[in-house]
Ligand binder design. Structure first.
Ligand SMILES: N[C@@H](CCC(=O)N[C@@H](CS)C(=O)NCC(=O)O)C(=O)O
Length: 224
């Protein structure tokens, strides 16, 4: 059995799959593509993933892209420990949260961090503040959920935790940029506004193998 994964440093979708691989104790070989060199648009990569995005995973001759599809494959091929639940209700709850993360948080994450990481926040303050407002609504929901249980879907970590964490880290990393310091986004420090979310982030960071998944160019960053 050999697993290869193509990632991009800092890609939250790649990070969720790396967390799942570590959680399940699956050995893998990682190839970090360079976005600036446009490795993800090279013909040999497009042959594996015609959308030219990361992550892509190959296992025993089968190639998968789209992080949720990859997680579903990993769960079926390597069921223990489970990440997508065993019982129908548990499984449905986890997929519900995954759909919420990708349908509601992901678009606003992109709207928030794109002008901060890849553009010029000057002139886009209103759009950034609007996105931050939606992020606060989402964070409020997770704060309430985490008041009921230590993990997003209950008493054990699930794919929902592993999918949510990298997105929140990306958001907080963007919020820490000096270029938005004057916007009073009230996202940092996260422990002040959302103590349960902050404590949950600590629990994710304590999962075995977590450190090896942190994007290489983030290792030294203090982003709250
Ligand atoms: N829905 C996809 C999203 C993947 C995605 O958007 N990846 C980004 C990096 S976070 C990417 O590869 N962007 C490069 C591009 O679109 O050219 C998934 O879940 O895998």
């Amino acid at each position: 059995m050999s697993v290869r994964i193509w990632t991009g440093s800092g890609s939250p979708y790649s990070w969720r799959v790396l967390l799942a691989l570590r959680f399940k104790g699956i050995p893998y070989e990682e190839q970090v593509l360079s976005f600036s060199a446009r490795d993800h648009k090279a013909p040999d990569y497009l042959a594996r993933n015609p959308r030219g995005k990361v992550p892509t995973l190959e296992c025993e001759g089968a190639v998968f892209y789209e992080s949720l599809g990859i997680l579903a494959f990993l769960e079926a091929r390597f069921p223990d420990p489970p990440l997508l639940g065993r019982a129908p209700v548990e499984s449905g709850r986890i997929w519900q949260r995954l759909a919420e993360i990708d349908n509601y948080l992901a678009p606003v994450m992109h709207a928030f961090f794109r002008p901060i990481f890849f553009g010029n926040p000057a002139g886009q303050e209103h759009a950034i503040q609007q996105a931050a407002g939606v992020i606060h609504l989402e964070l409020g929901g997770y704060e309430a959920l985490l008041d009921q249980a230590p993990w997003i879907t209950g008493d054990a970590p699930s794919a929902a935790d592993l999918a949510l964490y990298p997105m929140l880290r990306s958001i907080l990393r963007a919020a820490a940029r000096p270029s938005v310091a004057d916007l009073e986004l009230a996202l940092l420090p996260i422990a002040e506004s959302y103590p349960r979310v902050a404590a949950w982030m600590g629990r994710v960071e304590a999962l075995p193998g977590f450190a090896a998944t942190v994007p290489p160019h983030w290792q030294a960053a203090d982003d709250g």
